[in-house]
Design a protein around this ligand. Structure first.
Ligand code: HEM
Length: 508
């Protein structure tokens, strides 16, 4: 879901330009099924735009949660001309992600994913089917397995060491925490994907192009809301802009692949393989049902960046912002980390198993600020019934994980940041508890959960262990701007400014 104000403004312009065509279009585009099916209730629609205007003024996950309070946990909306059904409670989320998981395991098509992800041959936007199954299996067992993530430990520690050095040199001054964390996570994912010697300049170009890619996903997207008006994207020049970014990205990825192929030819141990090497090896071995092409590899690598960078960095930022607002939590987490470290507890393979309070802080952060609050849209593969409502085939389906995580029937004082709520509780984010699904659930669940949580935990551990943190002079905890950004990933809208102070540890 990528609805933002800029997009809405641009949509309005597009509609003015195409208004005559649209009037004719609407006259012929009444959906056949609306009179015969028992669709879920929903807010009244406006001509042409349907319910799009009801998502303006607030971030979509909040606007949808508020609408669901009025229209119910299964709600039918018309976003432009596209029927969308939104599921907003843990009980109905379970219907989609478990009971009828296979029916809802598809992703909707879009021009954007077709262009950028090599005809949807990545994992996140690939249609449900044998190809997706093969690639998801490779992803779970080989690319992002616990063993593989563990093998990234030393590169991650090096990057963290570099970050801590630079924070030490800035001790006592205001730092742009957001920028530093985004840089850290980009470096970790870049090195895990392309190896240690991936050139810094190439990385800058790659990250900028991915930013541009994400921006055009939030640009006017008439084709998405009015499939029969895809030509408006052409008229507005959006398609050509996307094709241009894709061409540039393709070249950068192609160069990186060529470079790695050369290194592989010179001999490489399996244990030294980075994500790109794993995929190149599988391609060369030719043992999979669907032979993998270089384009498929590029599509999957793009997924790693798009799905893995902003989600992890956003969680670190939200956690720090919440702890700065809740000094009690910050002090408690720091105290446990420093006390336990003094007892020389070694790091476990899961990073910070010895620091249970930090884990609770991360869980509570992911509950209150899921980086993908609406998960990734699904598409219904065949008509089915949920709660007596008909869900027609091909309908776009959205699960509001944010609404589930704040559902007052499941959570006490849901709006407050209280890590202790997870103490002595078995509720976890691994896809079995539908009131807490920041990584989704079911077949389409996030395969990057170990990689993501590992980066988040180890980063927060280092930051809390080595530094004390203050707000810039004159700023109070309640002054922190907690506004959420629009876009594919929800992060802090304004950069988080903090002041690190080196913490001198007594000799351990
Ligand atoms: C805090 C970190 C992360 C969060 C909160 C997160 C969240 C999500 C969510 C909500 C989905 C959609 C699930 C659904 O539709 O049910 C997803 C899918 C996905 N994520 Fe993550 N993610 C994170 C980190 C990562 C990382 C580090 C990677 C890889 C390096 C990754 C790769 C993917 C991929 C490939 C998919 C598509 C799965 C499919 O369609 O089958 N994610 N993620």
């Amino acid at each position: 879901m990528s609805l933002n104000l800029e997009m809405l403004t641009q949509i309005t312009i597009a509609f003015i330009l195409a208004s005559l065509i649209l009037v004719c279009y609407m006259a012929f585009s009444k959906t056949k099924h609306s009179t015969t099916l028992n669709l879920p209730p929903g807010p009244p629609t406006l001509p042409v735009i349907g319910n799009i205007h009801q998502l303006a003024g607030s971030v979509p996950h909040r606007a949808l949660r508020d609408l669901a309070k009025k229209y119910g946990p299964i709600m039918h909306l018309k976003l432009g001309n596209v029927s969308t059904i939104v599921f907003s409670s843990p009980r109905v989320a379970k219907e989609i992600l478990k009971t009828h998981d296979i029916i809802f395991a598809d992703r909707p098509k879009s021009e954007y994913t077709k262009i950028f992800y090599y005809n949807r041959t990545d994992i996140a936007s690939a249609p449900y089917g044998d190809y997706w199954r093969q690639m998801k299996k490779i992803c779970i067992l080989q690319l992002l397995s616990e063993k593989k993530v563990k093998s990234f430990g030393s590169l991650r520690d090096e990057e963290l060491g570099r970050l801590c050095d630079s924070l030490r040199s800035l001790s006592g001054s205001v730092v742009n925490f957001t920028e530093m964390i985004v840089g850290l996570i980009n470096n970790i994912i870049c090195r895990a994907t392309f190896g240690n010697d991936y050139k810094a300049q190439d990385q800058i170009v790659l990250i900028q192009l991915i930013k541009d890619l994400l921006l055009t996903s939030g640009a006017v997207n008439v084709g998405e809301f009015f499939p029969r008006l895809k030509f408006v994207n052409v008229v507005l020049g959006i398609k050509s802009k996307r094709l241009k970014i894709h061409k540039q990205l393709d070249k950068v990825l192609e160069d990186a692949l060529e470079d790695r192929k050369g290194k592989r030819d010179a001999g490489m141990e399996r244990s030294d393989e980075r994500l790109v090497d794993v995929l190149l090896r599988i391609k060369e071995e030719e043992e999979v049902q669907f032979p993998i092409t270089l384009d498929n590899i590029k599509a999957v690598l793009l997924d790693m960046f798009v799905a893995g960078t902003d989600t992890s960095s956003a969680t670190i930022m939200w956690a720090m912002a919440e702890m700065m607002r809740n000094q009690r939590v910050l002090k408690k987490a720091q105290q446990q980390i420093r006390e336990t470290s003094r007892q020389k507890v070694t790091f476990t393979k899961n990073g910070t198993n010895s620091y249970p309070y930090l884990k609770l802080v991360i869980k509570e952060t992911l509950r209150l600020h899921p980086p993908a609050p609406l998960l990734v849209p699904r598409e219904c593969r065949e008509q089915c019934k949920i709660d007596d409502y008909d869900i027609p085939a091909k309908t776009k389906v959205v699960v509001n994980a944010f609404a589930c995580a704040l559902d007052p029937e499941y959570w006490e004082d849901p709006e407050s940041f209280i890590p202790e709520r997870f103490e002595n509780s078995s509720i976890d984010f691994i896809g079995n508890d539908y009131e807490f699904i920041p990584f989704g659930a079911g077949r389409r669940m996030c395969p990057g959960i170990t990689f993501g949580t590992n980066s988040i935990e180890t980063t927060l551990f280092e930051l809390l262990y080595h530094f004390d943190w203050e707000l810039p002079q004159g700023m109070e905890p309640q002054d922190i701007n907690m506004e959420e950004s629009h876009g594919i990933t929800t992060t802090l809208k304004a950069p988080l400014q903090l002041v690190p102070f080196v913490h001198s540890q007594p000799n351990n």
